[in-house]
Design a binder for this molecule. Structure first.
Ligand code: GSH
Length: 244
């Protein structure tokens, strides 16, 4: 394991096992070989004082708590912090590419995933009407199409978005999109859809299977059935009728 960024008590991650953003942070920690404790935060019926103190800006999980009490919030920021803080001897492969343009591309597409792809995917299962569900499905497919093109451009024929001429380790963009795979598979199952398939998104479909088979993903991705049950719970909570 890589040495912790600071001396003292261990690294902790405030998060939730079913939270995709927590999965993103956990995959980054695993890729860098960082030892940490996952502290499960119950967001309902109210958030803990610990979470609100650690993330007063958003009050959201995940939050990385460093020895000494400092906190890093926002999953993409956490992934990049982990990359910066736990490099060096004994660390796992780098999460961001070395090339400045590729680094910029990883950050750009990570923001796109959070701003466009995830809200569209999330809206499919939580849509209040069949029309809204159809609109969200079309937006999700359009986003995946762009991400398919991004994969072709960034992977350079390699196994992951991180490309690098055959580099076999996932990077920022892999964990940024990969953390939503369990939700995507659950959405497919709940709504009788294929979102990743060999016709529209052959590269992403193959990538998704490769990423899910990595130790970093296997350690944190819940079974699809668990995510289906969690989505049904959310549908009930928000008073939304499922499509099946
Ligand atoms: N942009 C944030 C999103 C985090 C997020 O939405 N977390 C959810 C759980 S998956 C949460 O804390 N929800 C509670 C809330 O929004 O109040 C990140 O990347 O970390």
């Amino acid at each position: 394991m890589a040495a912790a960024a600071e001396e003292g008590e261990g690294v902790r991650l405030l998060g939730g096992r079913m939270s995709p953003f927590t999965m993103r942070a956990r995959m980054a920690l695993a890729l860098r070989g960082v030892e940490y404790e996952l502290v499960e935060e119950a967001l309902h019926p109210r958030k803990s004082g610990r979470l609100l103190a650690a993330n007063p800006a958003y009050g959201r999980i995940p939050v990385l708590l460093l020895p000494g009490g400092r906190a890093v919030c926002e999953s993409a920021v956490i992934a990049q912090y982990v990359d910066d803080a736990w490099g060096g001897a004994g660390a796992g492969a780098a999460i961001l590419p070395v090339d400045p343009y590729e680094r910029a591309m990883h950050r750009f597409w990570t923001a796109y995933i959070d701003d466009k792809f995830w809200p569209a995917l999330d809206a499919i299962s939580l849509a209040p009407t069949p029309e809204a569900r159809a609109t969200a499905t079309a937006s999700t497919r359009a986003a995946l199409k762009l991400l398919e093109e991004a994969f072709a451009a960034r992977s350079n024929g390699g196994a992951f978005f991180s490309g690098g001429g055959g580099a076999a380790s996932p990077g920022l963009l892999d964990v940024a999109l990969g953390c939503f795979l369990p939700a995507l598979w659950a959405c497919e199952s709940l709504n009788g859809l294929r979102l990743l398939d060999d016709d529209a998104t052959p590269l992403l479909r193959a990538w998704s299977a490769r990423l899910a088979a990595t130790p970093a993903a296997m350690a944190v991705m819940p079974e699809t059935e668990e995510v289906v049950a969690f989505t049904r719970f959310l549908q009930t909570k928000f008073g939304v009728a499922g499509s099946k």
